[in-house]
Ligand binder design. Sequence first.
Ligand SMILES: Nc1ncnc2c1ncn2[C@@H]1O[C@H](COP(=O)(O)OP(=O)(O)OP(=O)(O)O)[C@@H](O)[C@H]1O
Ligand SMILES: [Mg+2]
Length: 409
Amino acid sequence: MNPYQRKRRWKFILLGFAILIAGASLWYTNYLVRNISTAERTRAELWARSTQSIIAMPDVNDEYISFIYSIRDSLSVPAIVVDSAENIVTWRGLDSTKTNFDLEADSKKKYDPKYFKNQLKAMKAQHPEPIILELNNLSNEKWFVYYKDSILVTQLKVFPYIQLSLIAIFLLIAYGVFNSSRKSEQDQVWVGLAKETAHQLGTPISSLMAWVELLKSKFNLSDDSMILEMENDVKRLETVADRFSKIGSKPILHNHVVYDVVEEYVNYFKVRVSDKIQFILIGDKQVEALVNVPLFDWVIENILKNAVNAIDNEGIIKIEVKENLVKEQVFIDITDTGSGIPKKDFDTVFQPGYTTRKRGWGLGLSLTKRIVENYHQGSVSVKDSEIGKGTTFRIVLKSNMTYEPTTTS
Ligand SMILES: Nc1ncnc2c1ncn2[C@@H]1O[C@H](COP(=O)(O)OP(=O)(O)OP(=O)(O)O)[C@@H](O)[C@H]1O
Ligand SMILES: [Mg+2]
């Protein structure tokens, strides 16, 4: 299993765990809320029944009454008692500033109608079934006790959501911080390694060039094919060193006709691969973009090499340059008739180290992405792919842009 399959598997396992933990914690608090709610219903019923008993009580001494009242009130949850016409008879556990309701002096009762109406509505929404008090008086009147959850239950209901959201925010921030520091570490490795490679190649290449010149002049071999081949190879080495030095520092971009840059590289490339692979280059021959040619050649090379690798024996590689006038962009679509990429891997192929080839390093496309995004402010993606049919990669460059490199040098 490659590191990316492992990473994906771990992502699923961790996500599963997170869902399990969140689910278990929600289930448990729900269980607690249900238990406390049942206990509160019992308390509300006891309160209602004791109210009923107090009303039915014959005259007893004040001390006894206040004793009964204090027992009753220790049982209560926020409640409102209404008669059958929905007039408030008494209440408890609500905001006392909204009323100066006085049970003894009924005529003086005064309460904020809006507040009580809302409270009653909230109570009915929470517990639609009221506790019914049969007064057993002459008119056989009934009172209805509505009650609502205590603050404790309400807080317990929302607590897990607040807690889980805070944990999620914390984890997201932590992930973001570590991800960006990992990215900047990777940046440093890329840039440092590239600079060092260019530096190490520099000396032997200069000396090889000097040796070739010496051979040419000493033995008068200017037209000798062997010397020309040697010269070509040294030039190729120079190009390689040049690419590495450019990726290790801030490259300079120039305006170029995109089609010409691509055409020149494709012509160089196609003679070096099997002639069973046919190259087709079409598209807009005028549109220009800011590019650094040695680096951009590297981009095209990586994508073309992958296309060649994906083609089993014979096939077609089509390159199309298109201008998107609306967004001032240039599209370079490279389509092959190769093995195709599964949809789930459209993004993964750009990760460093992802490869399906036996002798691949999985670096080609991540380098391509770096060059296009960091040095050309463009983008590269898998536009389309179908297993067994082929793949289209799309590079997008700005056709008319102001250059602001974002790379570390
Ligand atoms: N045109 C394509 N068709 C099918 N699969 C592709 C294509 N281009 C890339 N891939 C897949 O993406 C993987 C990563 O490509 P990348 O160029 O990054 O690495 P590589 O080619 O495996 O190794 P190297 O470092 O030598 O380039 C490839 O191994 C291949 O599975
Ligand atoms: Mg490759």
